[in-house]
Design a protein around this ligand. Structure first.
Ligand code: ZN
Length: 546
């Protein structure tokens, strides 16, 4: 009797548990939209808010869950590492994308983060096509979604920049990026031997030609842009053929001397074009309508091109965000209609923030400066020749990392660690260089806090340099006009992290969170494995709000 009772209990509990787990594992949104805005600071949400429409960024802010204190947790903060880190839930130390480009000792040359000489271009021009995610050493959340559904999901990545499409789409998804020479969106043989029909039809519309026949004028009267510097100033880089960096921009006239069809990247139309392609991919692949969870990864590259040229206090950046906001509002409306409100999950983040233009900071009497790296390198070569004998001691200086000649040190019977240390110490003499760290220290010691730990999270034992250089806050290398990013300071690390839609209740938190937490949060929402190198943690506030 007792055994029977136990047996009955087992049968009952088994059926209850299996039913339960079945219903949970099948509970997923119809579609996930991953949005990375290239070079977006968190503060833009607030700075431009007055003129945002209700349905764009404000929809995410008011109806989504926002981590207001979200940061990059490694150095260097560039586009390749940024996209890789968001989608893998880990940092360059693990996923291996340590820069947009980096020097490879064994090859004696610099490689590009998404380069792959074993594949070739499909559509576009041949030079734009040797692209794949093969340098990415860990799985992405998009890969894990594919594994979780027996590859019945579809994953599509779209962006102007190839790395903005290929890294988010992961190893199992499809990716499409813009070819500046032909004005086509293209892919590579890693994905397809031929473009799908919907992408061919999209290219046949020749939208870049149409957009580049227009004039970029401000959405509102120019004098109403009061959030930053005046339109005409010495901080921004004018387009070639223009005396001043000022509205209006006659794109047809500028096209010839400013990259031809590539000019679209540095206008708001680059984002419009990216959204156009997103609509075409949704329709062409029937994303979110196939009874399985699909994933569309969109990266807006034009915010970065415009941001570099004009800086975060420019009218151009503000106008571009006002336009992107309206584009997003239309996009979400479209998704409401096609997929259903609450049936799709959105997250939005950025791949990095940006520094202010050095001259602008100086004009406001904030400490800032520009490091002349050619001067530093000349001095460094003189120093190493003098102390260790004539030779090619410095192989490469890039991404604020020095690569030293290990075999020359061995030849001369010099300890490589001593060479690293001598170079690190020497470099501290220059104004603008705040700290230096040796590769040996980063390999041997464990840093848990502050800048050292950010540096270590971006340090790959096999691929990174021998001496890492940290500049003073607000300093940039070789900066005249315009600006850049790459540091571990807050202007580069503090970015949006917001979730909206399926399974997300409205709210916000000021707790510190990192962009490596995004993919683990998605794993919990989508009931997939964590990406295989994930080091971030699911964001409890997003998942567990009542
Ligand atoms: Zn950039």
């Amino acid at each position: 009797m007792k055994n029977l009772f136990v047996l009955a209990f087992l049968i009952l509990s088994h059926s209850v548990f299996s039913q339960d787990s079945k219903s949970i594992s099948q509970e997923r949104p119809k579609l996930v939209i991953g949005i990375v805005v290239d070079q977006m600071r968190q503060e833009y949400f607030y700075r431009y808010q007055d003129r945002f429409v209700e349905g764009g960024f404000k929809r995410l802010m008011n109806e989504g869950f926002m981590m207001k204190n979200g940061h990059y947790n490694y150095i260097p903060t560039y586009t390749g590492p940024g996209h890789a880190s968001v989608y893998t839930g880990t940092t360059p130390a693990t996923h291996g994308i340590i820069g947009n480009d980096w020097y490879v000792r064994s090859l004696g040359r610099t490689i590009y983060c998404a380069e792959d000489s074993t594949v070739s271009g499909v559509a576009g021009s041949p030079s734009g096509g040797e692209i794949s995610p093969r340098n990415l050493l860990s799985s992405t959340i998009t890969d894990e979604l594919m594994f979780a559904t027996g590859k019945r999901s579809k994953v599509v990545g779209v962006a102007i920049k190839d790395r903005g499409a290929a890294l988010p789409a992961g190893h199992l998804g499809d990716a499409y990026w813009y070819d500046a020479k032909t004005g086509e969106f293209m892919t590579s043989t890693y994905y397809y031997d031929e473009l799908p029909d919907w992408a061919k039809a999209f290219n046949a519309r020749k939208l870049p030609e149409k957009y580049l026949s227009e004039t970029w004028e401000t959405l509102f009267p120019l004098e109403s842009y009061v959030q930053g510097a005046p339109d005409n100033n010495d901080f921004e880089s004018p387009f070639i053929g223009m005396e001043t960096p000022t509205f209006p921009y006659d794109l047809a006239a500028l096209k010839e001397n400013n990259g031809g069809l590539g000019l679209i990247s540095t206008t708001p139309y680059g984002n419009t074009l990216t959204l156009d392609l997103a609509y075409a991919a949704l329709e062409g692949e029937q994303l979110g309508k196939r009874g399985e969870t699909d994933f569309l990864a969109v990266s807006f590259s034009s915010t970065d091109y415009i941001g570099h040229r004009f800086g975060p206090s420019s009218v151009e950046v503000e106008d571009n965000y006002l336009r992107l906001d309206r584009g997003l509002a239309d996009f979400f409306d479209h998704l409401d209609k096609e997929i259903g409100e609450g049936e799709y999950l959105v997250f939005l983040t950025a791949d990095h923030g940006v520094a202010d233009v050095v001259r602008y900071m100086q004009s406001e009497r904030v400490a800032a400066g520009s490091l002349d790296t050619r001067f530093v390198l000349t001095q460094l070569r003189g120093f190493t020749n003098q102390h260790f004998g004539e030779g090619n001691w410095i192989l490469n200086y890039s991404n604020e990392q020095v690569f030293l000649n290990r075999s020359l040190a061995e030849e001369k019977g010099l300890s490589f660690g001593e060479l690293q240390k001598a170079v690190a110490d020497f470099m501290l003499r220059f104004d603008g260089i705040k700290e230096t760290y040796t590769g040996e220290d980063l390999r041997r010691l464990e840093y848990t806090k502050g800048r050292k730990s950010l540096l270590q999270m971006g340090f790959n034992h096999k691929a990174s340099g021998d001496v890492m250089v940290i500049l003073e806050p607000a300093w940039l290398s070789n900066s005249v006009r315009g600006t850049t990013h790459g540091t571990g300071y807050t202007y580069d690390t503090h970015v949006p992290i917001v979730f909206y839609g399926w399974g997300i209740k409205p709210g916000s938190s000021s707790r510190y969170a990192t962009i490596t937490d995004i993919a683990p949060t998605l794993s919990m929402l989508l009931h997939t494995r964590l990406p295989n190198g994930a080091s971030g943690q699911p964001i409890g506030e997003v998942l567990d709000v009542e």
